[in-house]
Design a protein around this ligand. Structure first.
Ligand code: AMP
Length: 282
């Protein structure tokens, strides 16, 4: 397995690889890999001649310093997991100064307010940080295909915007959300909550399924009320937000037109950790 830590080595390897194939795949991650990440890497390994996995906890996408400082970091384990898929996969594991040598700050993008709703509303600046690192990675690794998870659905919309604006030749491949036996979407942050909370966490997906099953016959107001009740029935769970939006555009839900493609988005604070999930509901 080749692990590359600096940009000049990366540039050398990429220029060599690009002369042989254009079919390079990239799976950007923040590490502490779980089966959700591995599903993306496996898909990339099937569809691309060369696969790069980046592992970088990107400071500019965190608006909460505690969240950044407590983010798990397990490089050795990550490498072992990647090796179970293939030892030919390349890992890019840069330091913060390698990526942000001109200062740790985000480029400012115009996403026509796609970055101001849902996660963007609750984490100001988050998507400028995401877009900054994604643009840097796309520019240096020069992938033909990039792999992102539907778990972070709004992120896939932002990545699509970056591709449309700067990298029209890149294909975005999205992969379905991988869940544990309770239905909880796998996330590196799940490691930060107690066993007891984990045992109760299936309620998040159950609530999304409830919304899907009741969406046609129930008013938005009533759905919102039921969602809050179901989640906050567990004393340590607090609903951060629940919203239904158009799947492609993230436009607000129009109750008079239930035929459009809608998606339910939820964020629950569990012992101070934000867990997000979403589901296509029609
Ligand atoms: P992260 O390390 O959290 O930045 O995630 C890296 C990539 O893995 C992103 O494209 C995520 O959407 C994706 N991902 C994270 N969790 C899951 C999951 N449970 N199922 C599928 N993809 C996921």
């Amino acid at each position: 397995m080749i692990i590359v830590k600096n940009i000049s080595d990366l540039n050398n390897i990429i220029s060599n690889q690009s002369s042989k194939t254009s079919n390079i795949g990239l799976v950007p991650t923040m590490g502490s890999l779980h089966d959700g990440h591995l599903a993306l890497i496996r898909d990339a390994n099937k569809k691309c001649d060369i696969v790069w996995v980046s592992i970088f906890v990107n400071p500019t996408q965190f608006n909460d310093l505690n969240d950044y400082n407590s983010y798990p970091n397990e490089l050795e384990n990550d490498i072992k997991k990647i090796r179970t898929i293939s030892s030919k996969i390349y890992v890019f594991y840069p330091s913060v100064s390698e990526i942000y040598n001109n200062g740790v700050s985000s480029e400012k993008f115009n996403f026509n307010d796609l970055d101001k709703v849902l996660e963007g509303k609750h984490r100001p600046g988050h998507f400028n940080g995401v877009a900054t690192i994604v643009k840097k990675l796309f520019k240096t690794i020069k992938p033909l295909k990039v792999f992102f998870g539907e778990k972070d659905f709004q992120q896939t919309i932002i990545v699509r915007e970056i591709i449309n604006s700067y990298f029209p030749k890149i294909t975005l491949i999205t992969c379905p959300t991988i869940r544990n036996n309770y239905g909880l979407a796998l996330s590196s942050r799940n490691k930060l909550i107690s066993k007891k909370a984990l045992n109760n966490s299936g309620i998040i997906f159950e609530t999304l399924l409830f919304v899907k099953n009741n969406f046609v016959k129930t008013s938005y107001k009533q759905l919102k009320k039921s969602v809050k009740q179901k989640i906050e029935d567990i004393s340590t769970f607090k609903l951060d937000y629940f919203e239904i939006r158009e799947s492609e555009t993230l436009n607000p839900y129009d109750e008079n037109n239930k035929k459009k493609s809608y998606r339910a988005f939820i964020c629950v604070k569990v012992e101070g950790i934000r867990l997000i999930d979403n589901l296509l509901i029609n």
